[in-house]
Design a protein around this ligand. Structure first.
Ligand code: DGL
Length: 271
């Protein structure tokens, strides 16, 4: 199976695109809902929790794990890839969501000014700025942390009128600091659920990057380039869901995001 890890529900927006583009593979999604959100947590905690989730997916037999979480990709991926994998499982792979997005950005922006909206953790890590400037130092990156956006999604309030205040506030902050951006990265996998409220507030000419679609195409490309990994993936069209919190709550949220019935089981990560 392909393992898909997130702090909670946000990674389902990535899984949805993986299922649309690469439906033949088997997937195991695990959400660490009991400890979500990760955004305000320290590097140490996000790294420790993410590593536990990755080991859990490895123990379940996943040779390939996608960190479908920007905060985990920003704060834990590099350490896991460089420090842990060589000892833990040298023949397995862990991929994140930031690098594929950053690679897409330089092809899209014409003003060379790009906005990034993310959790406090992702913004403070500076990962988007560093990675974009590695690819093209002429691109200016403007970031805005939106600490209330994940809680709005996690509490299912993202379609309600209360969400408007926080969405307007952070878009206004970003656009007043960076009036000439032409590309906007939703650097959090929860944020696609806010797109219906974000789009009407964007000035004409600002393009939203679709992170889920980009990650799915990047995985497809990875599997073409790595047939040795592709051949290890099972293909029975299975979808399994696990959560570290209450399955009934997970199922009701997840089925709305995925637009299909979801039946999860509760798991506990080993230390
Ligand atoms: N979905 C996660 C992300 O992409 C973060 C949500 C959280 O704060 O746990 O950053």
């Amino acid at each position: 199976m392909i393992g898909v890890f997130d702090s909670g529900y946000g990674g389902l927006t990535v899984l949805k695109e993986l299922l649309a583009l690469l439906p033949g593979y088997d997937y195991l999604y695990v959400g660490d809902n009991a400890r979500a959100p990760y955004g305000p947590r320290s590097f140490e905690s996000v790294y420790r929790y993410t590593l536990q989730g990755v080991k859990h997916l490895f123990d379940a037999g996943c040779p390939l794990v996608i960190l479908a979480c920007n905060t985990a990709s920003a704060k834990a991926l590099r350490n896991i890839q460089q420090r842990d994998l060589p000892f833990l499982a040298p023949d397995r792979r862990v991929l994140g969501v930031i690098r594929p997005c950053v690679e897409a950005v330089s092809a899209v922006t014409r003003t060379r000014k790009v906005g990034v909206l993310g959790t406090v953790g992702t913004v403070q890590s500076g990962s988007y700025v560093l990675e974009i400037q590695k690819i093209d130092p002429s691109i200016e990156v403007y970031q805005e942390a939106c600490p209330m956006w994940v809680p709005l999604v996690e509490t299912n309030e993202h379609e309600g009128p209360g969400a408007d205040y926080f969405i307007e506030k952070h878009l206004r902050n970003l656009l007043s600091a960076a009036p000439s951006i032409d590309t906007l990265i939703l650097g959090c996998t929860h944020y696609p659920l806010l797109i219906p409220k974000i789009l009407p507030l964007l000035p004409p000419g600002v393009q939203l990057l679709d992170q889920g679609g980009i990650v799915a195409r990047s995985l497809q490309d990875y599997l073409w380039r790595h047939p040795e990994m592709e051949q290890r993936l099972t293909r029975q069209g299975l979808r399994h869901f696990e959560t570290t919190d209450a399955p009934a709550i997970f199922d009701s949220h997840a089925s709305v995001i995925l637009q299909q019935p979801v039946s999860s089981r509760k798991v506990t990560f080993k230390e």
